[in-house]
Design a protein around this ligand. Structure first.
Ligand code: PLP
Length: 394
């Protein structure tokens, strides 16, 4: 058995998990903000970013927010979600998907994952909603699907269910900008444009970044107007310092939006790069004993935001993490399922959470920056193979 070699440069260069890649137009647009003194939450780049983002994803309206979490919070507000309301949300997601449910004093109902996408198990949601319908029990006030790690959730059946019962569907597309549906009734549609509201993030590690920021998308003009109203302190036009409801300071700044406009110009090439990296990872890791490559549902075009694999056990996963860390390679475990953390400990978990627990304990994301070179990628792969073949060597 020949062991993979780690190139000697491996001890010097750190490989980040997912770093921003800013291009030349970023500095030009930022300079324009500085020159014109439009640095805050009013300015031409905010409107332009909203317009161009809406066009890029295929939504009618886009409302820029100070973060993805803010966008999700505003989504809860415009749907009038409050105390006593239930919102269905997957248990296996980043915590920001669900915190806004608690901000609103509403009740999250957590949904276990399915093997085929690691996203929420739509069958569990269907069984619950249809059973409630038969019993005449109260319906959830909204269902929030999350497209994790760049992979679309199975929305076709979920959308039909929501339409049948008049339940608004929110999509947390924070990790999956540019992913789309490849088959069925949603073919050609991008994530974040299927439900009543879509939410995106431009945090530093996301596909495109504004430093920090988010976007809410919708085809419903009334919801878009109310969202914009809420992000700007619910200030009432024409009346100085009059606010007709409780609003937020959630508007994106012009500086951040200038970065967003620049980043959008790279969206297509970023998506191509992520796809190429993911295909290359899968080609090389597919036959490595102990590794399960990420699922690829035939009806989806993922964005391949992060490339994440499963190991056989939690111990093996931790061992690979350790080894990568020793080589200066930044890899990360996946999230702790919500039902295992204090704020959600009392929440109901449809399906029990066993699938989510399994993915969470065995999962690991590998470096996926658009700046990752093939040489660096080979270093990552070699380090993973080495950890699995020589678990105890140092
Ligand atoms: C990043 C992320 C968010 C939150 O976005 P921020 O811009 O960091 O507030 C929400 N949901 C998911 C699934 C995310 O990955």
């Amino acid at each position: 058995m020949s062991l993979p070699r780690i190139p000697s440069s491996s001890l010097r260069d750190r490989i980040p998990l997912s770093e921003p890649h800013l291009t030349e137009s970023a500095s030009r647009y930022l300079e324009e903000c500085l020159r014109t003194n439009y640095v805050s939450s009013v300015g031409p780049f905010v409107d332009r970013f909203e317009r161009e983002f809406a066009d890029a994803v295929g939504a009618r309206y886009a409302v820029a927010c100070s973060s993805g979490t803010a966008a999700i919070h505003v989504a809860m507000r415009v749907l009038d979600i409050g105390p006593g309301d239930e919102v269905f949300v997957p248990t296996f997601t980043f915590v920001a998907s669900a915190n806004p449910i608690l901000y609103q004093g509403a009740t999250p109902v957590l949904i276990d994952s399915e093997h085929g996408t690691w996203n929420l198990d739509v069958s569990l949601v269907m069984d619950e909603v249809e059973s409630r319908a038969r019993r005449g029990a109260p319906m959830p006030k909204a269902i929030e699907a999350v497209h994790i790690l760049g992979r679309p959730a199975e929305l076709e059946r979920l959308l039909a269910l929501c339409d049948r019962h008049g339940i608004p569907l929110i999509e947390d597309a924070a990790e999956s900008l540019g992913a789309s549906f490849a088959a069925g009734g949603l073919v050609g549609k991008q994530v974040g444009t299927v439900g009543r509201i879509g939410c995106f993030s431009f945090n530093g590690n996301k596909l495109i970044t504004t430093g920090g920021g988010g976007m809410l998308t919708t085809d419903d003009e009334r919801l878009a107007l109310r969202a914009k109203h809420l992000t700007t302190q619910a200030r009432t036009p024409g009346r100085a310092y009059y606010h007709d409801e409780v609003g937020y300071n959630y508007r994106l700044t012009n500086l951040a939006a200038a970065l967003g406009v620049s980043q959008l110009e790279s969206l297509v090439s970023f998506l191509e790069t992520k796809r190429r990296l993911a295909i290359r990872y899968s080609d090389k890791l597919r036959n490595v004993v102990g590794i399960t490559i990420p699922p690829s549902p035939p009806w989806a075009h993922p964005s391949f935001w992060l490339y994440s694999v499963l190991l056989e056990t939690e111990q093996q996963r931790d061992l690979v993490l350790e080894r990568l860390k020793a080589y200066g390679i930044e890899a990360r475990p996946l999230w702790t399922p919500l039902h295992l953390m204090p704020p959600f400990r009392d929440s109901r978990v449809l399906g029990g959470g066993v699938v989510a627990n399994g993915i969470a304990s065995r999962g690991l994301s590998l470096p996926s920056s658009v700046t990752l070179t093939e040489l660096d990628q080979d270093r990552v792969i070699a380090a993973v193979e080495e950890a699995l073949m020589r678990p105890s060597s140092s």
